[in-house]
Design a protein. Structure first.
Length: 319
């Protein structure tokens, strides 16, 4: 199927082959950024952020600007007609009249799916409540592929708030489509990976192991994916206070990890990774943020049907 004109709501919306196309275009852009600096001239991306964001919004906006396109949108819903009571459907219909693609983050799980009923242009979910965050997953896949060489045969530990963290939901669903992946879910009892995600990976024939003890499994991991305890998803703030510092990865714990283990984190970090880990070459979370911009450049190009630049003189259609 063509990627041109499609929506991205959940990480399974694109096939493994389609994801491969996006990752390889991202790698091409990383190698030749200047060749892509005008391919989206005249195109407009709308970023509608109903929830706070640093990396996702700014990496999308940087991505579009670095492709030569332009950006409109809001980062604060109170500055839009949402504050006058406008429905999500009416907002999306209206923005569809102006922009060539829409990126939306919203606090309600399922709102991205809902928005696709109204959009006339490619729609990208930038996080819907505790549900999914598929472009963070593209970021994570590009990071793993670039730094580990392959998306197959890894033991990946996901640690922290696995109940409310949308990044880990999308990542696990996506990684479960590759061969030889072992999942280790590391969380306190209160923040365990939801059953529907565990069922989905079992259906793909993968085993998983659950524990609340990071030290017990750290030495067996190829990748450690840390997450923050999602304060905004807690109804009971006392429970958040009790759980927020459950895991703190620091330099001394890192001595027990493999020499080539990657420490990833979608960011923002709170206390779960001590700053004394930042200088460790295995800590790749800021690199990961940079990969996020390149993969979003590739995603925008694909959904808009922009041709891949082959060399200085010639352009070849990729879809
Ligand atoms: C994540 C998110 O918004 O879900 N951040 C991001 O997009 N990189 C992770 C988080 O907020 O913990």
């Amino acid at each position: 199927m063509l990627l041109k004109g499609r929506n991205l709501v959940k990480s399974e919306d694109f096939s493994v082959e389609e994801i491969d196309q996006i990752l390889s275009l991202s790698q091409n852009i990383i190698e030749n950024p200047s060749k892509y600096s005008r391919v989206c001239e005249g195109k407009l991306l709308a970023t509608l952020f109903y929830e706070p964001s640093t990396r996702t919004r700014l990496s999308f906006e940087s991505a579009m600007c670095r492709l030569g396109g332009s950006v409109v949108g809001f980062s604060e819903p109170n500055s839009s007609s949402v504050s006058k009571g406008e429905s999500l459907g009416d907002t999306i219909r209206t923005v569809s009249c102006y922009a060539d693609a829409i990126v939306m983050r919203h606090p309600v799980a399922g709102s991205a799916e809902e928005a696709t009923k109204y959009t006339e242009v490619p729609f990208i979910n930038a996080g819907d409540g505790g549900n999914q965050h598929p472009t963070q997953t593209l970021t994570d896949l590009l990071t793993i592929k670039s730094l580990k060489g392959s998306l197959e045969n890894h033991t990946i530990g996901l640690c922290g708030d696995l109940k409310n963290g949308r990044t880990v939901h999308s990542l696990v669903k996506s990684m479960s489509r590759y061969k030889g992946i072992k999942f280790i879910f590391i969380s306190p009892d209160e923040l365990k990976m939801p059953k529907y995600i565990k069922d989905a990976i079992q259906e793909q024939g993968h085993a998983y192991y659950e524990t609340d003890n990071l030290d017990e499994v750290l030495g067996s991991l190829d990748i450690l994916y840390m997450t923050r305890v999602q304060r905004e998803r807690f109804e009971n703030q006392e429970q958040y206070e009790k759980l927020k510092n459950y895991y703190i990865l620091n330099k001394s714990k890192m001595q027990n990890a493999r020499k080539d283990m990657l420490v990833m984190h979608p960011l923002p970090r709170v206390n779960e990774i001590d700053v004394d880990v930042d200088d460790d070459k295995r800590a790749v979370y800021f690199k990961q943020a940079k990969y996020g911009m390149f993969v979003r450049m590739a995603l925008i190009m694909k959904l808009l049907g922009i041709k891949e630049v082959q060399n200085d003189l010639e352009e070849v259609a990729i879809d």
